[in-house]
Write a protein that binds this ligand. Structure first.
Ligand SMILES: Nc1ncnc2c(CN3C[C@H](CSc4cnccn4)[C@@H](O)C3)c[nH]c12
Length: 229
């Protein structure tokens, strides 16, 4: 029986999801709150990790190892790199990387450490469900590469580095952590983001303006995917 983990990084990314459920049981653990619900017979654990790769790794690991989740979906917002991505647009990750992981001093490529890999792929099965839902609901969704790093990117210089180095389509601060954890624990996972800004000098202003509406875009699409699982 599937037990689903639904994760975000910020409260604003999870709040639009939690509002769909009643009878929520709250479990406090490791300085965080985990919300347990049952939806159409599906046991679901929902949490927002707090910002960044370390918190995201802790939450993803907890949802799998402590709560016994066997599938993990991430919903949230992201900065756009691919110019086809406008604010509010949806992107599903086919693979993710860490743009700030750098031991190039030892001849390794950006995003690589021994024992790891530059890119981690998401679950094709979950992506196929998502694509079917997008087609059924006439939703425009891009499938692409998402780059993760422990920084809010707000400069074209950093954005261009990420684009040229990883050919990434969007960037954020948690997805690749979830990818490494789920890959290591052999848990199918899926990362969905809606664009909140363009990671350039206006990113901070756009982010503040569009966080909520973009988080709702992602959450509404995710709920439709959950209903298909
Ligand atoms: N340009 C960008 N660069 C890096 N990441 C992002 C994201 C995705 N999320 C949003 C949030 C920004 S930091 C944060 C801190 N305090 C308040 C709000 N956000 C962090 O969880 C990563 C959207 N746009 C991004």
């Amino acid at each position: 029986m599937t037990k689903l983990a639904i994760m975000g990084a910020m409260e604003e990314e999870i709040e639009p999801l939690l509002s769909h459920f009643k009878d929520v049981n709250i479990v406090e653990f490791a300085n965080n709150k985990y919300y347990e619900v049952n939806y159409n017979g599906l046991d679901i654990v929902i949490a927002y990790s707090k910002i960044g790769k370390v918190f995201a790794s802790l939450t993803a690991t907890t949802m799998i190892e402590k709560f016994g989740c066997d599938t993990l979906l991430f919903s949230g917002v992201a900065g756009a790199i691919n110019p086809k991505l406008q604010i509010g647009d949806l992107i599903i990750a086919d693979k993710l990387c860490q743009h700030d992981l750098d031991i190039t001093a030892f001849g390794h490529p950006n995003g690589f450490v021994p024992g790891g890999s530059v890119f981690v792929e998401t679950s094709k099965e979950l992506r196929d469900v998502a694509t079917q839902v997008a087609n059924e609901n006439d939703l425009k969704v891009i499938v692409g590469t998402i780059a993760t790093g422990d920084q809010f990117v707000h400069s074209t210089e950093r954005k261009n580095f990420i684009e040229s180095t990883f050919k990434a389509d969007a960037l954020e601060m948690e997805g690749a952590s979830v990818a490494v954890v789920c890959d290591a624990l052999d848990i199918p996972f899926f990362v969905l983001r809606a664009i909140s800004d363009s990671a350039d000098m206006d990113a901070g202003f756009d982010f503040d303006e569009f966080l909520k509406s973009s988080a709702v875009n992602s959450a509404n699409y995710l709920i439709k995917i959950v209903e298909k699982l």
